[in-house]
Write a protein that binds this ligand. Structure first.
Ligand code: GLA
Length: 729
């Protein structure tokens, strides 16, 4: 009797502790992937597994099959300081170590999946780190980020504060990542991971998309394949400096760390304040790089890119047509010519503003956002009305984060630019450009006001191109106190996001493009507020095939602004047929960027038909699923890709001849993403008036044949290209 009583008490006690504590293992799953964490009491959080979805019953199997994946989920510098780590701090008393153990796990449902927040605290110091995991169930995405807090007496300095750590089991693991420069963005490199530390890093300060991207794919089963093998994709959602590090040591793992770059960025965290790192989004796919890309695209269209529930207009941008030589007559003529070709939106680029200092060269006027009355005597509203009169919308260019040393703004507010006391400023574009100090709330208000004034005075402006053409030079803020100067890189982007949030709260409908001197602002750090980005200032169709291909690893077609420009191309000097230029631009958000009055009749006729045809395939491209078929980087002489709608009843196929030789063998191209059992009728689009449609036009094929055997392209000349529409019969 006494024994029974005792064991009941013991049972009760253990039941109570169970309720007060947490399950040792946290299995976090999406439709096709799982992440397993081990949250043992008084132990650091461990990561046990990330990969193919596992069920409850497989949890134990994972432990039985462990080969050293039992890693700290967030390695910190301290007692085991020999390893690369995700966090390093200096406590108020000068101590530089951390030793974190799990204290608390909170699971909750969200409208996309669930959120798991696991808090670890230091064994000795009142210092807490919460690792958050949020699933996007349908898209197979797990976002993770870290929140840091302390209760120490005074300031704790965060010296390193990554968003995430992920151990990747060694094998034949390959890394794919993007890199480039202005007008040469988005080159793709795939390389096997070898010993040593590989760092992908950005220190531009204001934009982070030109030189490298904080986005990688790990192909776990050898050389990357579009449609086979296991892939982990990772994207850091931050618009500022970053550091992605892969440390391959003697262990079984490649150690992947990602977060804000800590260069000159020690963060002083006050008692009770919370430091939140940017989110890191992971996806896992069994269907190669293509599968991982499609997951990111869905996630993007479901909220990470603003406004993806509406299709995007076909626009004409004035930049390569007239550059800074904006004037009323040309604007009216461009609007009218573009409307006649079936265009939907006209965007007036740089050069429309400046009163005391008119913007005639790129060395003045940024910040003075008033119409130049000499160039546009009838004002903005006249152009908006002209566009409406022709049945199209109107958009405008601004560069709100910058100013020039020749501007009224700097005369009024010399303290609003980033600057180093006692030093001559280093200028950017035009030899005069400077960056505004977005850490300063007054500057944030000013920037919000630029957009707010434009949209209040002209509520029917439908589109804004938000440019950013200068790096963060002159590391100094007159706003931040002396002991917070190391916050500039971080607080600049927090200020930017704050402004963007305010704009979006008030103006959710206006379409806004992120431009950063070309592709500098291709960044998931800002895309929740922007509808699209400018892929590059390089509009050469041939080079764009490479850029758009690589960019599509992480970003959906609807977000990629792709313009048909003049030939010879202004950046590369290359001449390619208008059809080729359209066929390349049509794989994303189609636009034009040239002076239409320079086009001859047959070119206008072709453009008019191409624009009309794009309207018919637009939903498939902008909302459909991308299948990349032949990579330009594989140098097979062609490149090819296609989009398929959700129920695989419609598709659009693109192919390009990348080089041309006599008697050159060109492979058959096997399609992907179709329904093998369906039959599809092929119609060739964008056929020039003097050419016959190709041999496939009007024919009906089974999905099986198109995918297993493929099609002959018959691309018989340099810069030949094909666009084929497939419709289920
Ligand atoms: C940047 C943009 C271009 C154009 C110019 C205008 O370079 O990337 O598209 O808007 O600025 O100055």
């Amino acid at each position: 009797m006494k024994k029974l009583f005792l064991s009941t008490i013991l049972l009760l006690i253990s039941a109570l502790t169970m309720a007060a504590t947490w399950e040792r293992e946290q299995l976090i799953s999406t439709r096709n992937s799982s992440l397993m964490l081990t949250a043992g009491e008084n132990e650091p959080l461990k990561i046990a597994y990330y990969g193919d979805r596992i069920g409850e019953e497989e949890r134990n199997n994972i432990h039985e099959a462990w080969v050293g994946l039992n890693r700290d989920a967030y390695p910190v510098f301290g007692t085991t300081c020999i390893f690369t780590n995700a966090m390093q701090v200096t406590h108020t008393d000068g101590n530089m170590t951390l030793d974190l153990i799990v204290k608390d796990v909170v699971r909750s449902n969200t409208n996309r999946g669930e959120k798991v927040a696991i808090t670890m605290t230091d064994r000795v110091y009142p210092f807490a780190v919460t690792l958050n995991y949020e699933t996007h169930y349908e898209e197979d995405i797990i976002e993770t980020w870290v929140e840091v807090q302390h209760n120490e007496k005074g300031i704790v300095t965060l010296n390193r504060f990554d968003s995430s750590y992920m151990p990747i089991r060694k094998g034949n693991v390959w890394l794919s990542h993007l890199h480039g420069a202005w007008a040469a963005e988005s080159w793709l490199t795939a390389e096997p991971l070898n010993h040593g530390i590989l760092e992908i890093r950005n220190t531009d300060g204001s934009r982070n998309g030109h030189y490298n991207r904080p986005e990688v794919m790990f192909s776990l089963d050898g050389e990357p394949s579009e449609n086979q093998g296991r892939v982990i994709g990772a994207v850091l959602c931050w618009s500022g400096n970053y550091s992605l590090r892969i440390d391959t040591d003697k262990s079984h793992m490649h150690h992947f760390f990602a977060g804000i770059c800590n260069e000159a960025s020690q963060y002083k965290l006050a008692k009770g304040e919370t430091f939140v790192t940017p989110r890191m989004a992971y996806t896992y796919s069994q269907r190669g790089i293509g599968g991982a890309s499609r997951n990111f695209h869905k996630w993007a269209r479901n909220g990470m890119v603003h406004g993806c529930n509406t299709q995007r207009d076909i626009l004409l941008n004035s930049w390569e047509g007239v550059y800074l030589d904006i004037n009323e007559k040309d604007m009216e003529q461009m609007i009218s010519d573009f409307a006649a070709m079936g265009g939907e939106l006209f965007v007036m680029d740089d050069g429309w503003f400046g009163d005391k200092y008119p913007r005639t060269k790129d060395n003045s006027s940024l910040g003075d956002w008033v119409v130049d009355n000499n160039k546009l005597p009838k004002g903005l509203q006249h152009l908006i009305n002209t566009a409406h009169g022709k049945g199209i919308k109107f958009g405008i260019w601004i560069e709100p984060e910058a100013t020039n040393s020749i501007s009224e703004l700097i005369e009024k507010h010399p303290d609003w630019v980033l600057q180093v006391k006692g030093r001559e400023p280093h200028y950017g574009r035009g030899g005069t450009q400077l960056l505004l100090d977005l850490t300063n709330p007054a500057v944030q208000d000013f920037i919000f006001g630029i957009v707010d004034n434009l949209l209040t005075q002209h509520p029917d402006i439908a589109y804004i191109k938000w440019d950013a053409n200068v790096e963060l030079f002159n590391y100094g803020s007159t706003y931040l106190p002396q002991d917070r100067q190391s916050h500039i890189y971080i607080d600049y982007h927090r200020g930017l996001v704050n402004v963007l949030q305010r704009i979006r709260n008030k103006y959710p409908q206006v379409v806004i493009q992120a431009c950063g001197g070309g592709g500098g602002r291709i960044s998931y750090g800002v895309m929740p507020y922007f509808d699209e980005f400018w892929v590059s200032d390089n509009t050469d169709a041939l080079q764009r095939i490479y850029m758009q291909w690589a960019t599509s690893y992480f970003y959906p077609a609807i977000a990629m602004a792709q313009h048909v420009s003049a030939s010879p191309n202004h950046q590369t000097g290359r001449s390619v047929p208008l059809k080729f230029r359209f066929d390349v631009a049509m794989t994303g958000r189609l636009g034009m960027e040239l002076q239409p009055k320079d086009m001859n009749d047959s070119e206008r006729d072709f453009a008019t038909r191409a624009i009309a045809q794009y309207k018919t395939i637009r939903p498939i491209i902008q909302m459909g699923n991308l299948y990349r078929l032949v990579s330009p980087f594989d140098k097979q002489g062609i490149a090819s890709l296609m989009y398929v709608n959700d129920d695989a009843s419609q598709a659009v196929f693109f192919a390009y001849k990348m080089e041309h030789f006599n008697n050159m063998n060109v492979q058959r191209v096997r399609m992907d993403g179709l329904d093998a059992l369906k039959k599809y009728k092929i119609t060739e689009l964008n056929v020039p008036a003097d050419k016959q449609p190709c041999h496939l036009d009007g024919k009906i094929f089974t999905g099986r044949l198109l995918m297993n055997t493929g099609i002959e392209l018959n691309l018989d000349s340099e810069y030949a290209s094909r666009v084929l529409m497939l419709v289920e019969q």
